[in-house]
Design a protein around this ligand. Sequence first.
Ligand code: BGC
Length: 667
Amino acid sequence: MKKEQLTTDEKLRLLCGKGLWRTEDFDGKLENVRMTDASMGVRMPMHQNEWQDEAPSVAYPSMQMLANTWDKETVRTYAECVADDCLDAGADVLLGPGVNIKRDPLCGRNFEYLSEDPFLAGTLGREYVAAMQGEGVAACVKHFCANNAETNRRQQTSDVDERALREIYYLPFAIACEAKPVSIMCSYNRINGVRASEYKKGFDILRKEYAFDGIVISDWDAVKDRTASANAGLALEMPFHRENYEQLVAGYRAGKLSDETLDALSEQVLSFVARCKALGKGKSSRRTKEERIAFTQRAEEEGIVLLKNNGVLPLKKGATLSMCGLYARPCAYEWSKNPELLSGGGSGRVIRLTPMFDMKALLEEKFGEIAYEPAFTDNSVNDSFMDQGVAVRNAAERDVNLVFAGTGSQIETEGRDRASMRLAAAQERTILDTAAVNPNTVVVLFAGAPVDMSAWLDKVAAVVWAGFPGERGGEALVNILTGSVCPSGKLSETFPKTYEDTPVFREYRDSQVTRYAEGLDVGYRYYDRHPEGVQFPFGFGLSYTQFVYHDLSLRTDGERIYVRYCIKNAGTYDAKEVSEVYVRPVMPMVYRPIKELKGFEKTCVKAGGEAQAEVVLDGRALAYWSTARDAWTVDDGVYEIAVAASAQDIRLVGKVKVTDGKLVVLS
Ligand code: BGC
């Protein structure tokens, strides 16, 4: 359909959705588009006008765990599987992926986002969008932008300087735009005082600088003034609100919205509908539900991060085990069908298809009878102690003691920030008391954002980050704990020691205003100057083997830098290694973070073998946003190219030099 076939009233109506999840169709005159969420699997509402009435669907590891895989292929398969779920459910648009930057570890929605680093979030987001749209389902990249707190989220302004916006907060969207997403969702917050739904400056940058040719859709209820948001370039308000629609009509009649703008926006919505339908034409799901469920295990295995290990893992054959913590047997609880324990809450939640796992039963298949005691009853209540005496006695009598702890949707959820980075007191107490009688205590954590482990970390033998794991999380965890699969996930965000160690802790914040005084120094960019605050660095994750990096060689064609190196697996496990390439300007002409991630690779290396890795840095890798020039700029000078196993573990360093804009390799 062409806009010429629409009356003015219809054009106005088209800019406002239909019900909660669809675009307007004028009773069949136009095809409509149906949307659904998926931060951990598809949350498909069964009825058009109900929020909570959701159809069960495959539960995947959360976006945080997906990012911890650092694996583009896993990301692509994940997106294809989610697209298949959408196709089965009749959804044309998936409201994701969430590439928004994680700034504050307490933000309630961190589990829905990929990273603190714009290159990692953007690159994985781009792969996700390309794979999802290739499978026939349109993406809606979210939330644009600087959406870093849930507290008072509709009022608060994220006050960010221009350079940080460009280099940190816009950048993942810029990279994701390379995959030509059909839509982008604005956030709830204000940006430097302006509502995200009226953020013309940002929308113009998306279009003019990042070649975004889709539509901007509002977050649900993020519009306060429909006429102002239309004038800013927001094409579609979701969901439908009669008063906003009437305000738009009144605005048009009062001459506050020109015919030119109305034509342009209605044209955008029409082409959005056409693009979504063209993407989905003739497409049906390629993988069965069983195959998708099986994939959730692979994704989780790739994303689990081994944070600490004094050698107790992998568990030795014949070891006797004790186990405590209600997360060991979420299957045993009455509310096991809802996702409270192993999931974040809000629009990201999913009603899973299969029952929650039973780690006791899964591990008993390999280790015989296991002594189990829940020890604590709830994840949010500090004094929810059960019989810790039994848990302690069990721990004292066995070779290895496993504590399963974490958060869940009561703590990590849309609409509310976490009150603390610490686990509930009953959980900390259980870890401390059982570790006091058994030095071989392994803590497994199920959560979606960094946990303060300072009270107990040095008392335990091992820590495994299992995140929010999806349907087959239990099986994945067994494979990691027993060494059938060698851990290969690495952190996609820094784990600070305590909240007091974060840059945001001391910054100005009131009910309306959050000041981003740290500027560019988000995540490891801050901790590189304050390493004492880091518990586990960005990009960190242990393996059951050791990797030796060697033979770095750099080459350039004058624009790109080709970074090649060898990774040797010096241990006895076949394994995968994530290697990270950072760029470090040696004597920068302006303030710059000490180093920035510009490439990464996950490489499979057989025990005792070696593999060659190659990362290609493009022209943007050396650039910063010059506020003096209003442009991306590469200054003359020397740049180190560092190949690293984490942000705090640099293994190889080479150098390039830029002279009069010409790039050469130095070493
Ligand atoms: C969330 C979005 C989500 C939308 C629709 C909003 O509350 O912020 O991320 O896509 O609801 O469920």
